[in-house]
Design a protein around this ligand. Structure first.
Ligand SMILES: [Zn+2]
Length: 69
């Protein structure tokens, strides 16, 4: 047995950190996990405050136009 083996959070199948889908056992479970989040399956502690919104300020302010001399 491998007590340190990770289990897929969706179907509880053993997964390997070497897997591309880790921590999920498959892409299907990964998608299912996203679906759970989207449908509110998980309880998400909402802490959206006015102060938090300021953290979402984008850092890329369109510096595409470079100087040319
Ligand atoms: Zn799974």
């Amino acid at each position: 047995m491998a007590p340190s083996a990770h289990a897929c959070p969706i179907c509880r199948k053993p997964t390997s950190p070497a897997s591309r889908q880790f921590p999920f056992c498959s892409e299907r479970c990964r998608t299912q996990d996203l679906a759970n989040w989207a449908t509110g399956e998980y309880a998400i502690p909402v802490r959206a405050t006015e102060a938090d919104e300021q953290w979402e300020t984008p850092t890329d302010t369109g510096s595409e136009r470079g100087r040319d001399d």
